[in-house]
Write a protein that binds this ligand. Structure first.
Ligand SMILES: [Zn+2]
Length: 373
């Protein structure tokens, strides 16, 4: 029994303390276990280390105070990510960057009109198409009389983006070392007009069998309608083996069952490529299984997609939802507005390797390699 005033006060304080403990353990505790569960689910899916953080969580109060947060949302989004990057810098540089560069950063964000459709991660599919006038900037011709004959092509003059060419060269060298020197590139960059011709040919071929309207639908599963092909972006190649070249159509599903096809499935991610159209992703990509069609996305994106069995559509949405993903030595951000490259070059130059790519529809992906790896 509680007798004295002192005992009553003590009992009340004890009750408040007990309620506080219960509230903390059920509220905050659940919050963290939910977070842990999400991360666990992700890691259980495959043996892969991905950490996700919202950029807001890594900005300290003192950093925030240096900024007036009444800018428009897009501006704020980019500024927050820059603050994070600045936090990666050494202490001396940090203070200097925060105080002197912010106005410049904001100004650049407002002025810069980077294209959503440039970079290695742009999405091109039947729902996200390219303009007829779209031609990638840095197309190069695969040398057909390459003295080392690293990359074999079925026809001379095939073009691809420069970044793809370098990766493709490395992949061909590795394939050769693994005993596969008969891989052949059949197709690289295709203009809108060429794609238009290929598509119309396919429709004509299928008209008798399926009728006019259905022929278009059926054709679109095999040949992308103009504007919806990754080949127009210069980021895709079609591969086969020399013995298949004699066939009427050297691009057949059986390619996936050949030793070379299997080698590509297991190893192409190491060079920044993905098998773009997987059999179980047809509903998401809109395209049937194409073991011969490789798409360049670059590292570490190809590795994350490969190890999680994600197609590009799934991966881009994953990055967008998480906003910030840490994978091995990489930080990957989604941003609604382009981050100003000038800032990276000026402030990070030799310290941080980074790339910025549009996702092709509503934002940008910034990939930063930490520790200059
Ligand atoms: Zn293709």
């Amino acid at each position: 029994m509680i007798q004295t005033k002192g005992e009553r006060i003590f009992f009340c304080i004890f009750l408040i303390f007990l309620m506080f403990i219960i509230n903390w353990s059920t509220g905050a505790g659940n919050y963290y276990s939910t977070m842990d569960k999400k991360t666990q689910d992700l890691q259980d899916k495959k043996d892969i280390e991905i950490e996700t953080n919202s950029p807001m969580e890594i900005i300290t109060a003192s950093d925030k105070n240096k900024f007036t947060m009444n800018d428009n949302d897009d501006n704020k989004d980019a500024v927050q990510k820059i603050i994070y990057l600045i936090k990666c810098l050494s202490d001396e540089k940090k203070e200097n960057t925060l105080t002197n560069e912010l106005e410049e950063i904001r100004k650049t964000i407002r002025e810069k009109k980077a294209e959503l459709i440039s970079g290695d991660l742009i999405l091109v599919n039947k729902w996200t198409s390219l303009e007829p006038s779209y031609v990638p900037e840095d197309l190069i011709e695969i040398p057909d009389n390459d003295s080392s004959e690293t990359i074999k092509c079925s026809i001379p003059g095939l073009q691809i983006k420069k970044s793809v060419y370098e990766a493709l060269t490395n992949m061909f060298i590795s394939a050769k070392n693994a005993g596969y020197d008969d891989l052949v590139v059949i197709s690289g960059y295709r203009s809108y007009d060429l794609q238009d011709t290929l598509y119309k040919n396919e429709v004509n071929k299928l008209k008798q069998k399926y009728g006019e309207q259905n022929a278009e639908k059926k054709a679109a599963e095999v040949v992308a309608p103009p504007g919806t092909s990754e080949h127009q972006a210069g980021l895709a190649i079609d591969l086969t083996i020399s013995s298949f070249l004699q066939e009427a159509d050297p691009l057949v599903e059986e390619f996936g069952q050949t030793a070379q096809g299997k080698w590509l499935q297991e190893n192409s991610w190491k060079y920044g490529f993905i098998i773009r159209y997987l059999p179980d992703k047809k509903d998401l990509t809109g395209i049937i299984y194409e073991p011969w069609h490789l798409r360049y996305v670059g590292m570490p994106h190809s590795e994350i997609m490969y190890k999680n069995n994600w197609c590009l559509e799934e991966y881009l949405e994953f990055i967008k939802e998480k906003e910030h993903v840490q994978f091995k030595e990489y930080d990957i951000f989604y941003s609604k507005v382009p981050l100003p490259e000038e800032v990276f070059i000026k402030e990070f130059g030799d310290e941080i390797k980074y790339s910025i790519s549009g996702n092709g529809y509503d934002g940008y992906i910034i990939t930063i390699a930490k520790n200059n790896s």
